[in-house]
Design a protein around this ligand. Structure first.
Ligand code: GDP
Length: 304
């Protein structure tokens, strides 16, 4: 919990500074609600989430008969928690993905360049290994040599095999990786893909092809399709999630770089406009800076 608070300290400081005026405001009145509205909007929560939260806080205030501004904190925490709770759907690995079944659990990773995809794959490789799972990486971002090298380094740090080709297409590399995982009885395949912008339509076709080819290597694959989303891109996040979801059918998100933003409201915006389960959040560049998303812990870290 302390590590999470540390990771979210920028957002936490922003929130506590801007909310100090609200919670210290004496009586609950319209001015106070207006101030609260401004704070929520400047935290990247977006219009929908802000309106939802305001209405919900008002409801709680009247239900509980609150009149003092300092009692608003509790109401706001409860409202935010209820909004974010549906996003909390941790990734659970099904029992039948035991190595002896030769059916690896395949996780396809998507995201625009720079979102934190490769770093998140490195963190996940460590995370799954500490859970006793064997992992194999597929260097599916075949367009950038640097991406391949970076993944290779994460593979070395984690002592896991990286399936890579100097040339060739993304889908072929991912297919080979699943075949290798089957043959070696590996539990989990983490497949990197090229990080193109979703507006580049023909490139989006490329990533759809990766999905199709993965399905050919194993009927249930990819079991997870995760978009890595940079928490710093503000309301653009919504468009990005919608575009990738349209193209691929996302099963989850990793929201990266939450430590780098003072506006941790993006999760609330997602919850009220395009909810997709937030599997993990990234709160630093280090290999251990990945956390399963826990709505209660998140709200506490932000608002306590
Ligand atoms: P990719 O292009 O999507 O594969 O992005 P990278 O994994 O290469 O990450 C881009 C940059 O973001 C790198 O400098 C990473 O160290 C950094 N990064 C990734 N995740 C996080 C995070 O959770 N917090 C911080 N502070 N930096 C991150």
């Amino acid at each position: 919990a302390a590590r999470l608070k540390q990771g979210l300290s920028k957002s936490r400081n922003h929130m506590s500074k801007s909310l100090a005026g609200v919670f210290g405001g004496g009586k609950i009145d319209e001015d106070l609600y207006e101030e609260l509205e401004t704070v929520l909007l400047t935290s990247d929560m977006g219009i929908e989430a802000t309106e939802h939260l305001l209405a919900d806080v008002r409801r709680r205030v009247s239900l509980r008969g609150l009149s003092n501004a300092d009692e608003l904190r509790g109401a706001l925490k409860d409202s935010l928690y209820e909004l974010l709770k549906p996003l909390e759907k941790p990734l659970t690995l099904p029992e039948n993905h035991a190595p002896e079944n030769k059916t690896p659990f395949v996780i396809m990773m998507a995201g625009v360049n720079g979102a934190g995809k490769t770093t998140s794959i490195g963190k996940l490789a460590k995370y799954f290994q500490t859970q006793g799972k064997s992992v194999l990486l597929a260097a599916g971002d075949t367009f950038r040599a640097a991406a391949r090298e970076q993944l290779q380094q994460w593979g070395e740090r984690n002592h896991v095999t990286v399936i890579s080709q100097a040339s060739g297409d993304s889908a072929a590399v991912c297919f080979d990786a699943v075949e290798a995982a089957k043959a070696r009885g590996i539990d989990i395949v983490l497949a990197d893909t090229a990080g193109r912008l979703p507006t580049q339509l023909h490139l989006m076709e490329e990533i759809k092809k990766v999905k199709r080819v993965l399905q050919k290597s194993l009927p249930a694959a990819p079991h997870e399709i995760i978009l890595v989303l940079d928490a710093n891109i503000g309301q653009n996040a919504i468009n990005q999630v919608a575009a990738f979801d349209d193209a691929l059918g996302l099963t989850g998100l990793i929201v990266s770089k939450l430590d780098g933003t003072a506006k941790g409201g993006i999760l609330a915006a997602l919850a009220s406009t395009h909810p997709v389960p937030v599997r993990y959040i990234g709160v630093g560049e280090g290999i251990d800076d990945l956390r399963p998303f826990d709505a209660r812990a998140f709200v506490d870290a932000l608002l306590d």
